[in-house]
Design a protein around this ligand. Structure first.
Ligand code: ZN
Ligand code: ZN
Length: 89
């Protein structure tokens, strides 16, 4: 899987991304090029099944995670850690 580092804007390929769980925030990745850490999240759209990657320079807030929307159809999955507030819609 291919990520673009939010710090140096270089494509970073890491084998460990192959094993990343989807719909889970991973906040401790190191860019192999610039050495900075960044947070990555794989969004598996529940609506159209598109799989997309999102990255942040710092760990995203709950609001930032909740705003992650599918590029293809605009669907917003419920963000991780928000199960107790499932009455949004
Ligand atoms: Zn980098
Ligand atoms: Zn979608």
């Amino acid at each position: 899987m291919n990520f673009v580092c939010p710090h140096c804007a270089q494509h970073v390929e890491l084998d460990e991304f192959e094993m990343l769980e989807i719909d889970t925030l991973h906040d401790d990745f190191h860019c192999a090029r610039c050495g900075e850490t960044f947070a990555a999240y794989i969004n598996d759209c529940m609506h159209c099944a598109a799989e997309q990657t999102f990255v942040w320079k710092a760990v995203p807030t709950e609001a930032e995670l909740a705003a992650v929307a599918c590029d293809s159809c605009g669907h917003v999955n419920s963000a991780p850690g928000r199960d107790e507030h499932d009455s949004l819609f």
